[in-house]
Design a protein around this ligand. Structure first.
Ligand SMILES: Nc1ncnc2c1ncn2[C@@H]1O[C@H](COP(=O)(O)OP(=O)(O)OP(=O)(O)O)[C@@H](O)[C@H]1O
Length: 243
C-alpha cells in the first residue's frame, strides 16, 4: 500500500470561541489518487474536516499530516500542494477582476515575491479554462456571472494551481445535472493522474465511474470509512446517516 498523502491521527479541532470541539478523535488515511466522498447530515462536521485538512483550524489534539509533514508546522509549503473550493462564495457584482485574472491569482502563491507570471502560468490558466469549458468567459467580470458559472471559475482557479490534493465543499450545489456530470468526469480524470480528490457532497446524481472511499460523519465523528463502488454510495450514506 502506498504512503498516505493525507493522514489525520486522533484529531480534535475547534473554532475560535466555540464552547466545544467540533470534530473529535478523527482518524483518516487517504492515499494518492484516491477519490473520497464525505457525506453525513447537516452540522456533522464535514466542512470542519476539510478546513482541518487545509490547516485553517487550530488542532486541539492529534496531528494532521499532508505528504508526511505537519500542516500546521509547514503551512506555507504544504498549502501550495492543496486546492480548496469553498462552499459559500459571494462575489460582489462590481468585483473588478476578470475570470482570467481570478485564475492567474492562483499561480501567485507558487511564484514567490515580486515574480511575474510566465508562459507556464498562462498555460496552466488556459488548460484550467478549457478543462472546465469556460474559455469563452475569460474576459468576463467574475461578479457578473451566474452562481454556476462562478462555481466553475472557482474550480478552474484551483485546477490552475495544479494541486496534489483537491478539497471541494459542495462543488455541485449550483450546477445543473449535465454540468455536474462533466465536472465529475473532470475530477475523475484528475484523480487518474494521481491527484487526491476529497469532496463533501449531499448530491449523488453525478458520481465517478470508479471505486470511491466513502466517509460518513455524524456529530463530529467519522462513523463509516469504506471503499465502495459508485452505485452504492448514496445508499451507504443514507443508511449510515439515518442509523
Ligand atoms: N465558525 C464557526 N464557529 C463556531 N462553530 C462553527 C463554525 N462553523 C461551524 N460551526 C459548528 O460546527 C459544527 C459543524 O459544522 P460544519 O459546517 O462542519 O458541518 P457540515 O457537516 O459541513 O454541515 P452542512 O452539511 O450543513 O454544510 C456545527 O455545529 C456548526 O454550528
Amino acid at each position: 500500500m502506498s504512503e498516505a498523502i493525507v493522514r489525520l491521527t486522533n484529531v480534535t479541532t475547534t473554532y475560535e470561541g466555540a464552547a466545544h470541539p467540533v470534530i473529535h478523535d478523527i482518524n483518516l488515511a487517504v492515499n494518492p489518487g484516491e477519490f473520497v466522498i464525505v457525506g453525513g447530515p447537516n452540522g456533522a462536521g464535514k466542512t470542519t474536516l476539510l478546513e482541518t485538512i487545509a490547516g485553517l483550524l487550530p488542532v486541539v489534539n492529534g496531528s494532521v499530516e499532508i505528504c508526511g509533514e505537519d500542516i500546521l508546522k509547514k503551512k506555507n509549503k504544504l498549502r501550495k500542494k492543496l486546492g480548496y473550493v469553498i462552499q459559500n462564495f459571494d462575489f460582489d457584482a462590481y468585483t473588478p477582476f476578470t475570470v482570467e485574472e481570478v485564475l492567474i491569482m492562483a499561480r501567485f502563491g507558487l511564484l514567490g515575491l515580486f515574480k511575474r507570471p510566465g508562459e507556464e502560468d498562462h498555460a496552466a490558466v488556459d488548460t484550467a479554462l478549457s478543462t472546465l469549458g469556460i474559455a469563452d468567459l475569460r474576459k468576463s467580470h467574475i461578479g457578473k456571472l451566474s452562481g454556476g458559472q462562478q462555481q466553475k471559475v472557482l474550480i478552474a482557479h484551483n485546477l490552475a494551481k495544479k494541486p496534489e490534493i483537491l478539497l471541494l465543499d459542495e462543488p455541485f450545489s449550483n450546477l445543473d445535472l449535465a454540468t455536474r456530470e462533466h465536472v465529475c468526469d473532470v475530477l475523475c480524470r484528475i484523480a487518474d493522474l494521481g491527484v487526491t480528490i476529497i469532496i463533501v457532497s449531499h448530491a449523488f446524481d453525478a458520481l465517478p465511474k470508479r471505486d470511491v472511499r466513502v466517509v460518513v460523519m455524524k456529530s463530529g465523528e467519522i462513523v463509516l470509512n469504506k471503499i465502495t463502488p459508485p452505485e452504492c454510495v448514496q445508499q451507504i450514506v443514507r443508511l449510515t446517516s439515518e442509523s
